[in-house]
Design a protein around this ligand. Structure first.
Ligand code: FCB
Length: 441
């Protein structure tokens, strides 16, 4: 058996997000977030659960860091709950909230694990939403203020900073299709949110660099490749168009300074209001870009986006497993844009896990998913894509947004009745990948 070696400094990590793991939803002065409100409202979460306790990571982070250490992680990507820091999203700092992330950071560093921080992973302060949320341009500067507060406290120990996680999901799932908090259904508003998030990102980049110009700043985007259903030129054209009007929504403004012309055309009368100076603010140089990718879109000229590809494997999310598409997408974005170094900030899979009588979780399918994707990343690097690190989604099973606890993505199983953690086979295997810095073909 041969193996593919990764570069010595490749940053192997795992990722999480505050609302999905922390719990302690109203402790130590934390304010309400839109996800608290959304999950507390009946019928929003498929299994009628909430993130009130989740993995109780807020109290159990030392145990979780010990697990990270056991796996051998070099980095850990986590997000900050804005309403722990500023309960209403603006104004005075709630010190116990800031102290918590300070302790977490120090504990990670003591374990020799690099903290890789996301400033906003969807849990927006409810009080700011009540004042118009991301639609209201007056609110955008609060994100920059909040970012500066955290950088001032943690910037001496954390080197890499990301502003938003998947702004497209904030806009579409939160403001257009109501699948996520805050549960709005208004496509025009969603398009304004896309633009406003970009402006808020630009303001935050300035604020972070204003505190410390030496820090590395980036953003995390969701990018799924768009493959044509066949070699038919009509399918190829349809796939290209799909890519241009969906997957370029952020790449294009961030890395060219304007929106893709096909996206503008598709927006029609719903085009957002763009103020003079916005595009320069949005397209400030970044130090890295984070890419989250789980699957691909398959597009037919006549049928649109295909739900099921015969012969393909699907995860519990209904997402097709297609690792070669991951490489194709990476090669494409690298060719189409002048990108800074890339970190794969999320990739992983949800499958039904079974605890066998020996107490173990033999999650071969998750392990195989990861193995296939690691190999495709290595191939993309050989194709010239500058990928510096990779974060499995997720370290532990957790609260999967509107799916509640029904989808398990973790390298580590969480028994939600006892909060017991068990490293799955995929986690043991990942440990050997990190230790040898190579993946068997
Ligand atoms: C991504 C999210 C992450 C998790 C995975 C499965 O879109 O960033 O929080 O829900 O999907």
């Amino acid at each position: 058996m041969t193996s593919m070696k990764f570069p010595t400094n490749f940053l192997w990590g795992a990722a999480s997000a505050a609302y999905q793991i922390e719990g302690a939803w109203n402790e130590d002065g934390k304010g309400e977030s839109i996800w608290d409100r959304f999950s507390h409202t009946p019928d929003h979460i498929s299994d009628k659960t909430t993130g009130d306790v989740a993995c109780d990571h807020y109290h159990r982070y030392p145990e979780d860091i010990a697990i990270m250490r056991k796996i051998g992680l070099k980095a850990y990507r986590f997000s900050v709950a804005w309403s722990r820091i500023q309960p209403t999203g603006r104004g005075p700092v709630n010190l116990p909230g800031l102290d918590y992330y300070d302790r977490l950071t120090d504990a990670l560093l003591a374990a020799n694990i690099e903290p890789f921080i996301t400033l906003h992973h969807w849990d927006y302060p409810q009080a700011l939403f009540d004042q118009g949320g991301w639609v209201n341009r007056d609110n955008l500067a609060y994100f920059a203020d909040y970012s500066a507060i955290i950088v001032k406290r943690l910037g001496d120990r954390i080197r890499r900073w990301t502003t938003f996680n998947e702004p497209g999901v904030i806009a579409w799932n939160g403001y257009a299709n109501a699948e996520h908090a805050p549960g709005e259904r208004d496509e025009k508003k969603a398009r304004q949110v896309i633009h406003n998030l970009m402006v808020a990102h630009g303001l935050a980049v300035q604020a972070i660099r204003g505190v410390d110009p030496g820090l590395e700043v980036g953003i995390v985007l969701s990018e799924w490749g768009a493959d044509p259903a066949s070699d038919d030129p009509a399918d190829i054209a349809a796939a290209n168009r799909f890519w241009n009007i969906t997957e370029t929504a952020f790449l294009h403004p961030l890395f060219t300074g304007h929106y893709h012309p096909e996206m503008i055309e598709a927006a029609g009368a719903d085009l957002p209001e763009i103020k003079s100076g916005d595009m320069a603010l949005i397209s400030q140089k970044l130090d890295f870009v984070g890419i989250n990718s789980y699957s691909r879109h398959v597009i037919s000229a006549t049928k649109g986006r295909l739900e099921k590809i015969p012969g393909s494997e699907y995860t519990e999310m209904g997402w097709e497993v297609c690792a070669p598409a991951f490489r194709r997408m990476l090669v494409k974005i690298n060719r189409d844009y002048h990108l800074p170094p890339i970190y794969i900030t999320e990739n992983g899979s949800a499958f039904v896990d079974v605890v066998t009588p020996d107490g173990k979780i033999h999650d071969e399918r998750r392990l195989d998913y990861l193995r296939q994707h690691f190999l495709q990343i290595r191939l993309a690097m050989q194709d010239g894509v500058d990928i510096r690190g990779y974060f499995v989604w997720s370290l532990t099973d957790n609260f999967e947004w509107a799916h509640g606890f029904t989808k398990r993505f973790g390298l580590v199983r969480v028994d939600y009745d006892t909060q017991q953690r068990t490293i799955k086979d995929s986690g043991e295997w990942y440990s050997s990948v990190i230790a040898t810095n190579s993946v068997e073909e």
